[in-house]
Design a binder for this molecule. Structure first.
Ligand code: TRP
Length: 366
């Protein structure tokens, strides 16, 4: 068993039960979205903790752009209040937030069509946290498998209250704009369940006078994220320095891939179960070249790890070249990036204010 399997096992096992049915449900949801994109609203987002990498790109970013092209309305949250769950200081937060937006724009999110905003710029969203917190119990919060996993891997000696409650805040991210579709990875499924529970309980407790519900029950769109390992053979992650950042230059990309772990067998094959590291590299090249991994492996044949790495490096750099060029252009104008966030915040605030008014009305607040 590789380290990667061990590290992610807690999360995966905990939500495994939901997986089969969830995946089937997702296929149906994707079909419904394609049939009538205008009827859906997507919310998704990321913590601004560092540069997005190839795992994000093939796991979620491409899927967002696909949804956008289908014509689905999209909200994307730069989850700055979620950064402080497990660190004392939110280091270089605005820089990370701006870089995140650059990654979004460079990979194809269109700020005219997608509302890109930060938590901290939308007060009414944050205020929804209070009524929402009243709808969940402490024991429910402490059972959340993803939170438990994060606590287990946290380097902090004490667990903050926000660590237990941020999934409810995430429910506010989703429900403030009444999103009905949330593209998620496995680890986010428990959080989506919190959002569904909050929506259901809120609707039961506080219906409109005519009996209609305030919130939709959001559905998770499970991305068929390819399992890309980091260069050290463990899970690809911002914090482990084992990932190729979208924004990295070509030399850095080459150096990272050259350092990637492989094995001693010369013949390259695609066999994720028995050769995880080699197969992850093969898969990466295949994703970049839009080919089947078996075909890529076949072509490299007896070339061994060195040839494999040359192929991967070239494939990655070539695929990312236009994205990186666009990113560099956009990065030259920080004013533009900040304007995108301001425009997004303005739109998100209008939506959040309306939802909070509605929430106050049904709750009988003044
Ligand atoms: N928790 C998500 C992550 O760590 C980021 C996030 C914040 C998010 N709010 C969200 C994802 C709402 C989906 C929906 O990647």
């Amino acid at each position: 068993m590789t380290v990667a399997t061990t590290v992610t096992a807690t999360t995966v096992t905990a939500v495994e039960a939901a997986t089969a049915s969830e995946t089937a449900a997702c296929a149906g949801l994707d079909e419904r979205i394609r049939r009538n994109p205008g009827a859906h609203r997507v919310l998704t987002g990321d913590r601004p903790t560092g540069p997005l990498h190839l795992g994000h790109y093939f796991g979620t970013l491409q899927n967002r752009v696909r949804l956008q092209r289908l014509g689905v309305e999209m909200f994307v949250v730069v989850a700055d209040y979620q950064v402080i769950t497990d660190r004392d200081i939110a280091d270089r937060l605005s820089e990370h937030a701006e870089n995140l937006v650059l990654d979004y724009l460079a990979t194809g999110l269109d700020p005219d069509r997608a509302t890109i905003f930060a938590h901290s710029a939308v007060p009414a969203l944050n205020q929804l946290l209070l009524p929402f917190l009243s709808l969940v119990s402490v024991s429910e919060l402490s059972r959340n498998p993803t939170v438990k996993d994060e606590i287990a891997h946290s380097r902090q000696s004490a667990v903050s209250g926000l660590m237990f409650t941020y999934p409810v805040h995430q429910a506010a991210d989703i429900l403030f704009c009444k999103a009905d579709v949330v593209p998620v990875g496995q680890d986010q499924l428990p959080h989506l369940e919190v959002a569904r529970t909050v929506a259901r309980r809120f609707n039961e407790r506080y219906p409109h006078p005519d009996g209609t519900a305030v919130f939709p029950r959001p559905e998770g769109l499970l991305s068929a994220a390819p399992l890309l390992l980091g260069t050290d053979g463990t899970k690809m992650s911002k914090s482990r320095g084992n990932a190729v950042a979208l924004a990295a230059d070509e030399d850095t990309t080459a150096r990272l891939i050259r350092s990637a772990k492989t094995d001693t067998e010369r013949r390259i094959s695609y066999d994720p179960a028995t050769r995880p590291e080699v197969s992850s590299l093969v898969l990466l090249a295949a994703l970049c070249q839009d080919r089947r991994p078996e075909e890529v492996a076949e072509e490299i044949g007896d070339g061994g790890g060195a040839a494999l790495k040359r192929t991967v490096t070239e494939a990655v750099n070539e695929h990312l070249r236009p994205i990186r060029a666009l990113r560099a252009d956009l990065a030259a104008d920080r004013g533009y990036v900040r304007q995108v966030l301001r425009d997004g915040a303005e739109r998100a605030n209008a939506v959040a204010d309306a939802t909070l008014d509605e929430v106050r009305a049904v709750m009988g607040s003044v």
